[in-house]
Design a protein around this ligand. Sequence first.
Ligand code: BGC
Length: 775
Amino acid sequence: MIPMKNILKALPFALAAALAAGCYSCPKVLPAIAPDREVEAKVEKVLKGMTLQEKAGQMVQLSIMLVENETHDDVDPAKMDVIFGKYKIGSILNVMNDQAASREKTADFISKIQESSMKHIGIPCIYGLDMIHGATYLIDGSFYPQEINLAATFNREYAAMMGRAMAYETRAAQCPWVFSPVMDLGRDPRWPRQWESFGEDPYLQAEMARTETIAIQGTDPNHIDLEHAAVSIKHFMGYGVPHTGKDRTPAYIVENDLREKFFRPFKECFQAGALTAMVNSASINGVPTHANKTLLTGWVKEQLGWDGMLVTDWADIDNLFTRDHVAADKREALALGINAGIDMIMDPYDPECCNVIIDLVKGGEVPMARIDDAVRRILRLKVRLGLFENPTWERAYPEFASETFAKESFAAAVESEILLKNEGILPLKGTERILVCGPNANSLRTLNGGWSYTWQGEGDAFAPQYNTILEALQARFPNVSYEPGVLYDNARMNWQDEDASGIGRAITAARGADVIIACVGENTYCETPGNMDDLNLSANQKVLVKGLAASGKPVILVLNEGRPRIIGDIEPLVKAVVDVMLPSNHGGDALAALLAGDENFSGKLPFTYSKHINSLHTYDYKVSEHREVMGGSYNYDAIMDVQWPFGFGLSYTTFAYSDLVLESPADFKAGDMLKLSVKVTNTGTRAGKEAVLLYSSDLVASLVPDVKRLRGFEKIALEPGETKTVTFEVPAHELAFVGADGKWRLEKGDFRLSCGGLGVMARCTETKVWETPNI
Ligand code: BGC
């Protein structure tokens, strides 16, 4: 959290700023980020001296491609003279030649860009990179498991560790801005970006993303030091539930859900000081988010009093006319977006965009006050980052790519890989003849996923020092053989060996094995290239698993995938299932340690693992969706038959829950704090960690209630026989929901609070409806 003393210090100034006349979007509430007098003075001073050309230029962000030389290995000074000298461009993004570069190389070209920007404009450029799971666009950077894995740890410490390392290493490469964390609710497994975020639940998403935001930026958003960077929380908002499941296609979200579930994580991050946000590429209820003034200006800037900067996603102003047809041309699209609240336009290939902005101002289609407001927000970001004083910086970064970061990444991978089934076969004894199969067995890129050394995930050659699953198993066990069965054709992003002879070889090899580890799942992808038409695990992999199982040898199924591919027909054939998702460079070693029993499993699903292609669920379904919950006089055939529910995950030990106690009075009102405690005992013979999850259920409400909602989680470590008491504090207003009228309401009546299969009742004695849009 932002220290209270900073808030208090800034309070009188903030209120004065709120009352100041002439401000384009005056905060009507206590600002999300308390403004700092010196920062604001500096911003005003710079703004005063700027020409319209300079202001328009600051609002545009271009791809590095526009200043690269012919051989794509350095910047071209002549091109920079045009981009900064003529167009006065304010920001550059991305990596050269579309692939990660070394820290030195990156620092070198960003420094040259800064020199050119300072020489031509006198204002520093802000460089931005997609650092998604660590310093992922640096060849020598530290990678952590993808966010979906961090969510599975249910351990906030890993979000903090990854955020800190990501910011530190990004700064070490002279880059002050990361397009992270991703915090779209991944509520539809068909969507190809589910793995980029912290899963399907708003509370888990909010907790992890807020923790990561603070770790990346530090605790004082007005003064970001040289070990921290600015975040761009993304993609604001509702991006994760496209109606068709395809990337960047329209979503239809009722407004109360939008406020209650989708906005919640973003609100937490804005209020924790997130300095920038990137906007959702797609549309919600027919309105492209880039043109949605209600959301961009209304909900974020005005209702939260947020003075940060909104950047578009890739070429999304163009999409307003080329794809969405809500504008006739670029001119109309730009006016629409800027007037809706966009401050910086990521227009990767078109510096002429600046001149259209100038024209729009001259033609009166965009008020000068809106331009000044946008530029103020951009300058404020640059001042807060200290870029005016230090456009580049000389400093040692001794922890860059350190052993500490590598150990954290390994530990995060261990806590994130999820044991979903174990019919007494794991841990392995170690002496078995192990046959390793499957297209994911000997592939590092599939452990990393997209947004790694490259956008789509290619790049194993950059990281020969890390083990694939096969290599890690060979290092850990004495008797490991390998017959892949099927293989990805990385060049075509498809399959090799379509004649099935590989499957035959694997099945033959099974005869000589005691146990088979089948590593299946997906090849890497990201964004639109990850679209698909069938959530089932691919047919050839299913044939492989069925063939292996038919050999009579026990099969351990390892799922290495970015979204839960349907495996309902092969799951009954195997003895154990582990979902490693995308655990990154240390994920193979982590899996070997877990299968050997050197480490214990403690990951739990941060999404619902569906079983049937036509029944894709989330855990917080409506009570009337499942006949066992709804009761009633109709015998609906509505069931929640999932493969594994949200929050599910096994361990080599067992835990018993007891004494769930509501410590605070059972009768409560909106302003009260609910206090609960529960005892958890390790009843097995191994040490283990347990994610303790607290849920609430509103038993009767004026809108059909969700069956349950996650309200708290804690990860604890227990030795065999040990008992710990876990306590939770839940502000009663957290149990409120947003009604059909868009207002938050906590209604009189009974609530059930549950944890580890135990439940206690509490009763709200007074209905409260909030008139403010956020609570
Ligand atoms: C993605 C963003 C990313 C941006 C810049 C877009 O295609 O949707 O997540 O930050 O590109 O690379």
